[in-house]
Design a protein around this ligand. Structure first.
Ligand SMILES: Nc1nc2c(c(=O)[nH]1)N[C@H]1C(S)=C(S)[C@@H](COP(=O)(O)OP(=O)(O)OC[C@H]3O[C@@H](n4cnc5c(=O)[nH]c(N)nc54)[C@H](O)[C@@H]3O)O[C@H]1N2
Ligand SMILES: Nc1nc2c(c(=O)[nH]1)N[C@H]1C(S)=C(S)[C@@H](COP(=O)(O)OP(=O)(O)OC[C@H]3O[C@@H](n4cnc5c(=O)[nH]c(N)nc54)[C@H](O)[C@@H]3O)O[C@H]1N2
Ligand SMILES: [Mo]
Length: 765
């Protein structure tokens, strides 16, 4: 089925991509300037950007990369600036804008144009007879949402959050769910790093990475798997560049040659900017096949074991292995049993390439392993992580300065929301504390994650979906099935800054509630309020918005959560929603009372330069695992894919990518500058030899069809065949356009993270 939101503003034929310029540099400045022009941002922009990611300033609304204690003069990147400008637009999606269009007409608009309507200004309620959103008062909205939620069983409601909202609103949102009687608190990380939260926990006892910024000053080598720094966490390029300049060696595994990991021109460095001098980032860039990291790391481990066999007692950290780990022998036996031809076939890399990479590992005293969606969004994602942890454990590269594992998180507060209780699993939530603090009876039963919530929407057992940020209808797998099921929900509520696709699949009772963004001034009782977030490296920062709010009717996320909670729950003198809304310090006191080890003196510490560190047990070699040690993982297969790719008739592996011009489902524009792809997102990228092998021609329109046969036909097209430097056997294209091709059932084994990087598809010409 063709995507109804096709959009090619320039009519440009994507052709063959060529981009050989470094990341950063003047190109990134132009990217910012274009959004600046287009977005009609307010004149405040310059002052807001100047405060971005500085102590006491505004923490970036885009990614979760760390905020250093000593920031650069401009501590923001191209994409962080775009996110800020997107939020500071002067365009307004007013009731008049909604009055001019039916929801059916809005559905004809491209996602890019939909968000371009601007900031939401009024609470809106869907009116089915006119097929329009009409303005309502906050009092009416809260009263009806409360009545609807009270009328259903608590477990029929799902409270989703995208990782934007601050720790204060998030803490109250989770409290609201538990006071109501459910743990249905799925989060964007269910589609993202849930693989990390679940599997790192069982492997090394923590659900997050072990590194802090200081480690990047002391590492000798970095092994980089499936994370596109140049587009998705560009500020991380600074410590990477500094590390390289001090002699650290970087090895990258990625099917795509991502510019940011090849070379970098520092926009903060006038000499690099003026003379075009750049820093080469990766010493070895290995174009692994999608899902081939298991085999690639198996190859590295075999090389390490061979080195130890050749010089016993000199290579492995035996003391560490013997005293701190479990499962070494069994895991290593399984790796030794793997044959090189199989390793080469699955990884797409030669033994020589892997030996060169292993030599870098062996030559380094301190090694950091970095990863992103390239490892997590696979059926056997647990094994991707398990193999990376195995590699690191062999030489004691976890829990000491300059070494460790570092997942690069997505949304700016995605990690923190989990920390303060947004969790469908109650294991790490101090329910007793909640009982004691609030006289409530929080349920112990595990709630629904994103995939389970979708199953509930499909089978009718879920009746309400509240979204604190985000755009689930676009972000989820199996989009066509989910979009069709959404309107059967009794209640849909979206707390959002801008209109998006999820608003166009209204439930029987549907509200879109406009909230303040992080850049906006948030005053309560005449006093400016701060909100807080936790970065990828577990540091917590305060953020204070200063921009004029888009309308007097926008409420803060915290006020909206509190308003809904008050309207839903029976009166309870310990649930002081109104007081908490007036003063966020009180909410931080609650967070501190609930999590005293990590958040003591929260109010006093939140504006500390560089943020305050929440600590990490694995970093101190305290292993909170079942075995009480760091666990080696025994590999059971050589690929992270859930399907086979051998044989003439084998399905292709679909990798869904983010462009450099989007933040998740928010499409800023149509330039994927760093990959040399311009003009259209309706493309399927294929290796040139594969195009010939399959008898296709460049530019030819084709349809992709899912190769999972479960009675559902999943197709997207037409997509223009575009030659691109990729390993054989795979195709790539853009998220979210290709989401209909990923079945809901095709997910990581332990965490149900959708396998967005490894779904099997066929090309239909
Ligand atoms: N500008 C911008 N910044 C963002 C976002 C955004 O959309 N735009 N999104 C935010 C969010 S929520 C997240 S989670 C992060 C996502 O950031 P990343 O983790 O970088 O996620 P992706 O861009 O989806 O894919 C990462 C890389 O994985 C590679 N890859 C695909 N399959 C494989 C594989 O099997 N093995 C290996 N080794 N590599 C593979 C791809 O080529 C790609 O370079 O970024 C955050 N930051
Ligand atoms: N095929 C494929 N699908 C994927 C992925 C992939 O790599 N491939 N990646 C997955 C990943 S990693 C993630 S995290 C999810 C993302 O899924 P989501 O987090 O659900 O989606 P976003 O696109 O980040 O949400 C964008 C919307 O958030 C709202 N918004 C923006 N700022 C704010 C704010 O400050 N407050 C509030 N309340 N609302 C705000 C705006 O209305 C905007 O339209 O997508 C997943 N889907
Ligand atoms: Mo994400």
């Amino acid at each position: 089925m063709a995507d109804e939101t096709k959009h090619d503003p320039t009519g440009h034929d994507p052709g063959t991509p060529e981009y050989d310029h470094p990341t950063g540099g003047w190109g990134s400045m132009k990217g910012i300037a274009r959004i600046f022009g287009e977005e009609r941002s307010s004149p405040l922009v310059a002052s807001v950007l100047a405060r971005q990611n500085k102590p006491g300033g505004i923490m970036c609304t885009a990614c979760a990369w760390a905020k250093p204690a000593k920031p650069h003069p401009a501590e923001f990147c191209e994409n962080g600036a775009k996110a800020t400008l997107w939020e500071l637009t002067r365009a307004r999606a007013t009731p008049e804008v909604f009055a001019e269009r039916t929801v059916a007409q809005l559905r004809e608009m491209h996602d890019h144009d939909l968000e371009q309507l601007g900031r939401l200004t009024h609470p809106m309620r869907y009116d089915a007879p006119s097929d329009r959103y009409l303005p309502v008062s906050w009092a009416e909205a809260f009263a009806e949402i409360g009545a609807e939620l009270r009328a259903m069983e608590p477990e029929q409601a799902v409270f989703y959050s995208s990782g934007h909202a601050g720790l204060e609103a998030s803490y109250l949102y989770a409290l609201f769910a538990r006071a109501m009687g459910h743990n249905n608190l799925p989060q964007s990380s269910n589609m993202c790093h849930e693989t990390t939260s679940v599997n790192l926990k069982s492997q090394i006892g923590v659900p997050v990475g072990t590194c802090i910024l200081e480690d990047f000053d002391h590492c000798d080598a970095i092994f980089f798997f499936g994370q596109n720094t140049g587009s998705n966490s560009p500020r991380f390029l600074h410590p990477l560049k500094d590390a390289v300049q001090r002699g650290c060696r970087i090895v990258t595994f990625n099917p795509v040659r991502e510019r940011g990991l090849i070379e970098f021109a520092d926009p903060q460095n006038p000499i690099q900017m003026t003379f075009g001098k750049t820093t080469k980032i990766s010493e070895e860039y290995l174009q692994v096949r999608p899902g081939g990291d298991v085999a690639a790391i198996a190859g590295l481990i075999k090389c390490v074991l061979a080195a130890e066999d050749a010089a016993p007692g000199t290579v492995l950290d035996r003391d560490f292995i013997d005293t701190q780990t479990a499962g070494f022998e069994e895991a290593m036996d399984a790796v030794r049993a793997m044959e090189w031809p199989e390793i080469e076939r699955h990884s797409g890399l030669t033994r020589e390439m892997l030996q060169r990479a292993a030599d870098i590992y062996l030559g380094a005293r301190n090694v950091i392993g970095i990863y992103g969606m390239g490892l997590t969004q696979h059926v056997e994602g647990w094994l991707n992580l398990g193999m990376l942890v195995n590699l690191l454990l062999l030489r004691g590269n976890v829990g000491r300065l300059g070494a460790g594992i570092s997942p690069v998180r997505g949304h700016s507060n995605v990690q923190g929301q989990r920390t303060v209780g947004i969790a469908e699993k109650t294991g790490s939530v101090p329910l007793d504390k909640l009982r004691e603090l609030f006289d409530i009876d929080p349920p112990e039963k595990e709630g629904l994650n994103a995939v389970h919530a979708c199953e509930g929407i499909l089978d009718g057992s879920v009746r309400a979906m509240v979204q604190l940020g985000g755009n689930l209808v676009r972000a989820l797998p199996d989009r066509e099935r989910m979009e069709a099921a959404w309107p059967k929900l009794r209640l849909t509520v979206s707390i959002a800054t801008k209109p998006n696709r999820s608003h166009l699949a209204p439930g029987e009772v549907a509200y879109v509630l406009p909230c303040l963004g992080r850049t906006d001034r948030d005053e309560q009782d005449g006093a400016p309020q701060a909100v807080t977030m936790e970065d990828s490296l577990s540091h917590v920062h305060g953020s204070i918005g200063t921009a004029e709010p888009p309308s007097e009717h926008c409420l803060s996320e915290l006020a909206i959560v509190a308003g809904m909670a008050e309207a839903t729950l029976p009166p309870n003198p310990k649930l002081r929603w109104r007081d908490w809304t007036r003063n966020y310090d009180l909410v931080r006191d609650l967070v501190a009372a609930t999590y005293p080890d990590e958040f003591h003196d929260f109010n006093a510490r939140m504006l500390q330069p560089g943020g305050f560190y929440r600590g990490n047990a694995a970093r101190e070699r305290r292993w909170k695992t079942d075995s009480g040690r760091a666990n080696f993982t025994t590999p059971t297969t050589l690929t992270a894919l859930g399907h086979d790719t051998v044989g003439e008739d084998a399905a292709m592996t679909l990798v869904t990518l983010r462009s450099n011009d989007q933040f998740n489902t928010t499409i800023y524009g149509f330039s994927d500058r760093l990959r040399g792809l311009e003009g259209s997102r309706e493309v399927v990228l294929i290796n040139r030899d594969e195009i010939a092998r399959l008898g296709l021609a460049e530019g030819q329109p084709v349809t992709l069809r899912s190769a999972i046969e479960d009675g559902v036909t999943r197709e997207v097209g037409p997509l223009a065949v575009t030659a691109f430097d990729l390993p054989p056997g795979c195709v790539a294209g853009y998220y979210p356009e290709l989401n209909p091709l990923v079945p809901l059932s095709y997910h990581e084994r332990n965490s149900q993270t959708p396998a967005y990087k490894g779904a099997p598809v066929r090309i239909i010409s």
